[in-house]
Ligand binder design. Structure first.
Ligand SMILES: Nc1ncnc2c1ncn2[C@@H]1O[C@H](COP(=O)(O)OP(=O)(O)O)[C@@H](O)[C@H]1O
Ligand SMILES: [Mg+2]
Length: 255
């Protein structure tokens, strides 16, 4: 059984990719065979985990979505034990447009994952939109992890995401569940950050994870070294937080 977790929020810059990379890393480190699917045409998870453009000759998620290659064929090893990645390049944006007129366009990711064996967990890094790609991710996933940046307007637009999840639950994927809301870039020194944190808790009772991710420069530096925080600076505040969050997620998913 593979558990599929989509890291989603249609807002950009809230910490989705940072969360997907680092949670995937710590899941793998805990011994779970983990696949990180980069599903954002920006390809930040691909480069952030240390994959170079020159390594993509086996194909990317574009090929998987167009069904010209199987997911298992494009998967690459990372430098980290138990962690593999399904890479993406900007071409995925064109692929998405193309998909719009193709059959089974909503269930292609689900199908691709379902015929791929050997993974305990699949983590999907979603694009910053409620697009066809995100819908594919929500149909493929058992759980959604929602990173929310503790900034003004943090909750804006989330109603729309919850509405989309409800529709998908009703029509395509009855077991889709919001696993947790993860406050990101929390700055304990600012009252705004604290206020928004409290507001998020009020808005999602019982759903906010106990661990919040602090604003931490080491987390922002790590991707340019192609490394998860647990490798780049494993004693940083950011590393400790993502390690703790992963533990909570494992418990919530019952893995
Ligand atoms: N906790 C954090 N502290 C400091 N910078 C962060 C943190 N989380 C993410 N960042 C940085 O903020 C930017 C946006 O994060 P990213 O994970 O790419 O968001 P998204 O995938 O939602 O667009 C990136 O430059 C990233 O390195
Ligand atoms: Mg991203």
């Amino acid at each position: 059984m593979t558990t599929v977790l989509a890291v989603t929020n249609q807002k950009g810059g809230v910490g989705k990719t940072t969360t997907a990379i680092n949670i995937a890393y710590y899941l793998a480190k805990s011994g779970r065979k983990t696949l990180l699917i980069d599903f954002d045409p920006q390809g930040n998870a691909t480069s952030g985990i240390g994959i170079q453009k020159s390594e993509l000759e086996h194909g990317t998620m574009s090929d998987v979505m167009l069904e010209t290659r199987q997911l298992s064929h494009i998967i690459l090893d990372t430098k980290y034990k138990n962690l593999q990645v399904a890479p993406t390049i900007s071409q995925l944006a064109n692929t998405e447009a193309e998909l719009g007129s193709l059959s089974r366009r909503f269930t292609r990711l689900k199908n691709a994952i379902s015929i791929t064996s050997g993974f305990d967990v699949v983590v999907i890094d979603c694009p910053p939109s409620l697009s066809l790609l995100t819908v594919n991710a929500l149909i493929a996933a058992r759980y959604v992890l929602l990173p929310v940046q503790t900034e003004f307007y943090a909750l804006e637009g989330l109603g729309q995401l919850l509405e989309t999840m409800k529709l998908i639950r009703k029509n395509m994927n009855p077991t889709l569940d919001l696993l947790g809301v993860l406050p990101t870039m929390v700055d304990s020194r600012t009252t705004l950050s604290q206020q928004v944190y409290d507001e998020i808790k009020k808005h999602f009772p019982g759903k906010v994870l106990n661990t919040a991710i602090p604003r931490n420069i080491r987390l922002a530096e790590a991707p340019s070294h192609g490394a998860p925080i647990g490798v780049y600076d494993r004693f940083s505040k950011g590393a400790r937080a993502y390690k703790a969050v992963t533990k909570e997620i494992i418990e919530r998913m019952g893995l």
